[in-house]
Design a protein around this ligand. Structure first.
Ligand SMILES: [Zn+2]
Length: 378
């Protein structure tokens, strides 16, 4: 992780960089901040910067051997402990060292914007709570007893320090208080109240604020390669939580997909364009059952909107401009004479998909019926 990959947090980045350039690195620091603020990302960027052999005044080089190993989280002087629990693979005595490969994969995949629930989901143990155990503390103490392999600093990441159990904390206290030379503890935590006071009092607090709206907005436009207007809502609703911003925007993207696909489908039905409809249904046959069902659900939603528009209640609709335009145009084709069969068509389609109907045949059938239904006049 490099500082330039961090979303926003410019003031804090400056402070961290300064602590290195002025040789004021505290040996045990607690990065405390709300979900999605980038605590782990910042700690990793900081660790990378400290051990980079060609750092500049504002970032790590990103290309020296140390930076490359840090990026993959495989630096021999980087150690990490984090909450684990029993899984299908590890049926007893879980500890971080047994999950190192998974944790690396997870953190790298998420660009270090992590969350405990997502981690549990990654491990396939959504309903369990993880712990940082005495075994983890012992292993960390053992590893930190060696000299650094190749870096100036040995770095111990303790991710989600509120999950350290009391026995493990007791083991770690002495180390936090008097760490071996050139050893740096970076603790990451979300809930100050849940961290054992003995641990809290031995660390220097680095408060990570929520990300500024403007920075979330900028990062989303870069990620989705789009205009600000398309991600503004997600950015504002996320309240500075990058994970939430991504989730909201993914939902928007999904909505957009169903909107576009349904719109295209209905256009082809209007035109009764049979060859294109054949291509369309062949494509829909490949998107998978869940998406097929969601597309039909989206259809139901458009039909209901049509009714609202026809009853002059469309001011109630919360739609994007594009969707509103389509719904207004579509509404005149939703009439007393065809609304029931149209709704039934979609609902039956959903049932058929659940019962493993052949999607190609099913969607061809629905298309041909829609062609007729759309031509009905009261
Ligand atoms: Zn470097």
């Amino acid at each position: 992780m490099l500082f330039r990959q961090i979303i926003g947090q410019d003031a804090l980045k400056q402070k961290l960089i300064q602590s290195v350039t002025e040789s004021r690195v505290s040996h045990a620091q607690m990065f405390l901040g709300p979900p999605g603020s980038g605590k782990l990302a910042l700690a990793l960027a900081y660790a990378t910067y400290i051990n980079c052999t060609a750092r500049t005044a504002d970032d790590s080089c990103g290309t020296c051997p140390s930076c490359i190993k840090m990026e993959k989280l495989i630096h021999p002087d980087l150690h990490a402990v984090f909450p684990t629990t029993t899984t299908k693979k590890i049926k007893s005595n879980p500890e971080s060292v047994l999950f190192m490969e998974e944790w690396r994969q997870y953190v790298v995949r998420e660009g270090a914007y992590t969350h405990l629930n997502d981690w549990y989901e990654f491990l396939g143990v959504e309903n369990k709570q993880g712990t940082i155990f005495t075994r983890d503390a012992n292993e960390l103490i053992r590893k930190l007893g060696f000299k650094a392999y190749e870096a100036e600093y040995k770095i111990a990441i303790i991710w989600m320090a509120e999950k350290i159990n009391i026995q493990a904390a007791n083991k770690l206290l002495k180390l936090l208080e008097e760490p071996p030379a050139k050893t740096l503890f970076l603790l990451i935590a979300e809930e100050q109240e849940e961290i054992l006071p003995t641990v809290r009092s031995r660390t220097y607090l680095v408060k990570v604020p929520r990300i500024a709206d403007q920075d979330v907005l900028k990062a989303l436009t870069e990620r989705y390669q789009c205009r600000e207007a398309e991600v503004r809502e997600a950015a504002m609703l996320s309240e500075g939580n990058w994970l939430e911003a991504l989730r909201l925007q993914e939902n928007n993207e999904e909505e957009k997909y169903y909107f576009r696909t349904f719109q295209q489908w209905m256009r082809l039905c209007f035109k009764s364009a049979i060859p294109e409809l054949t291509d369309f249904t062949a494509n829909i046959a490949t998107i998978g059952r869940e998406k097929q069902k969601a597309l039909l659900h989206y259809g139901l939603h458009v039909f209901r909107n049509g009714l609202l528009v026809n009853s002059r209640l469309h001011e109630m609709l919360r739609l994007t401009d594009e969707e509103k335009e389509f719904n207004l145009k579509f509404a005149p084709f939703v009439q007393a004479i065809n609304i029931e069969p149209m709704i039934r068509l979609m609902e039956e389609g959903i049932n058929h998909i659940e019962r493993n109907a052949h999607a190609g045949i099913l969607f061809t059938d629905i298309s041909l019926k829609m062609v007729k239904l759309l031509r009905m006049k009261n």
